[in-house]
Design a protein around this ligand. Structure first.
Ligand code: 5AD
Ligand code: SF4
Length: 455
């Protein structure tokens, strides 16, 4: 392919956006654009946006504000806002970012090429926030593979119909739609052929994959992916606690490539708040699922999402959340201060919590979790774990490489999703090697190779 122009894509937000940006790049490649990491070289600047919290949304506007300066030196530059903020704001986006050319909503990818053409041929700016029940598929071979990228995301479903009262996703990503299993399998097979070893399957609620359309269930999809040669590890996110089935728990227990890790967002430990959030489960039913999981998969790594300061959250509600941490002892958590989203119902709830109280509760929660994260990591000292090598360690041990000239410091992950740093002369990216854990820290482990495992 002969490239004539350069495209710079900036991604904000979740893993799904990382995958969507790869799709956008595939479309741009087919139009003759080459990816660049240098924004000043770009003929097209795309910001793939996220509106889950106010902060993410503001990051998008702040990034796109750069268009004014960039267009001064290159007036023909095309500026694109894609994704959730684009869907939410529509035409209004031009008021804040006058130099934008295209506002590309979450279901407008199939028309992206047409919109670029319209802008290039001198027509007006384009806004496309049209709804669509069709999932836009790109040919797997056009997705572009980097040989060192041994881990990839694969979106298996889009949208959400759970309508948690704090959440903007159902409004910006639309109703739930599952991809055809054949397309997913074809894409992952192509990834495996190009050296990918680990896939993370993405959806707002993977447990309901295929249910609406009567496709195969999520555990059956896992079974098929488990058979793809070359794929060594399968992860998935997110599982909604109300739909976590015994079938899925058994899939984690029995399928060799399905990682021994589950991300199960609880959001709150208080029944009153869970009800107001419209989560569809109670603290007790959530805990029952965790007991089932730990019974079937004793070494499972557990993580969760939590929101503090949801409207009307009392100190006691917050204490209930804090106590839940102690009952479950998660390996890690993602915690957020509640942030009003104008299209989500909770924005209109009374008893909004003071920002300062939210901030304090968030810090308290994170501090308590640090104790459990460290405790869980410490349990692994002296044990030997399988680590999928991801690359050179970002964090080096002081003086280590100076003392051990030929030894590199590498890092990878355990099945339970813990980061392990280790010294190695010959480990390559993509190897699965056995590491004996010697030291445990808050966010990572340190160990030494026990033996080279299978590739
Ligand atoms: N405010 C704060 N956190 C939120 N999340 C979703 N919506 C909001 C909001 N309005 C968090 C939830 C979800 C994660 C992806 O983001 O914890 O699981
Ligand atoms: Fe948002 Fe709830 Fe859907 Fe998750 S399940 S995307 S929190 S509405």
């Amino acid at each position: 392919m002969k490239y004539s122009e350069f495209a710079y894509i900036h991604t904000i937000g979740c893993q799904m956006n990382v995958y969507d940006s790869e799709k956008l790049m595939a479309i741009l490649s087919s139009l003759g654009y080459e990816k660049t990491d240098d924004i000043h070289k770009a003929d097209m600047v795309v910001c793939n946006t996220c509106s889950i919290r106010h902060k993410a949304q503001e990051k998008a506007f702040s990034f796109l504000g750069r268009l004014t300066k960039l267009k001064k030196t290159k007036p023909e530059l095309i500026g694109v806002m894609a994704g959730c903020v684009a869907q939410q704001e529509g035409e209004k986006a031009f008021e804040r970012i006058p130099h934008l050319d295209i506002v590309l909503g979450t279901r407008a990818f199939s028309r992206f090429a047409r919109h670029i053409e319209a802008v290039k041929s001198g027509r007006q700016k384009v806004t496309d926030t049209a709804d669509s029940s069709v999932i836009y598929e790109v040919m797997p071979e056009t997705l572009g593979f980097d040989e060192n990228q041994i881990s990839r995301f694969v979106t298996i479903m889009q949208g959400c119909e759970n309508f948690c009262t704090y959440c903007v996703v159902p409004y910006v990503r639309g109703t739930e739609r599952s991809r055809e299993p054949e397309n997913i399998i074809e894409e992952i097979t192509a990834m495996a052929a190009s050296g990918v070893k680990e896939v993370t399957l993405l959806g707002q609620n993977v447990n309901s994959y295929g249910k609406k359309e009567g496709k195969i269930s999520f555990p059956r999809l896992l079974e098929k992916i488990n058979q793809i040669q070359g794929i060594q590890r399968i992860r998935f996110a997110t599982s909604h606690p109300k739909d976590l089935s015994m079938d899925l728990i058994c899939a984690i227990r029995d399928m060799d490539k399905v990682c021994n890790h589950l991300h199960l967002p609880v959001q709150s430990g208080s029944n009153a708040i869970l009800k107001k959030m419209n989560r569809g489960y109670t603290r007790e039913t959530y805990l029952k699922r965790i007991i089932d999981l730990k019974t079937q998969c004793p070494d499972i790594g557990l993580s969760t999402d939590m929101i503090v300061g949801f409207p009307s959250e009392t100190r006691q509600d917050f204490e209930d959340t804090m106590n839940l941490l102690g009952e479950i002892e998660y390996d890690s958590i993602f915690a957020f201060a509640y942030s009003d989203r104008s299209s989500a119902p909770a924005a209109k709830f009374s008893d909004q919590i003071d920002e300062e109280i939210k901030r304090k509760r968030l810090n308290e929660l994170l501090e308590r979790q640090d104790y459990y994260s460290r405790k869980n990591n410490e349990k692994l000292t002296g044990k030997t774990v399988d680590v999928l090598v991801e690359g050179a360690s970002a964090k080096k041990r002081d003086g280590f490489e100076a003392e051990n000239k030929n030894i590199k410091q590498m890092s990878g992950r355990t099945q339970s999703n813990k980061i392990v740093h280790f010294p190695s002369e010959n480990a390559s990216i993509g190897d699965i090697i056995k590491i004996k854990i010697e030291n445990a820290y808050l966010h990572s482990l340190w160990g030494t190779p026990a033996e080279i495992g299978e590739k």
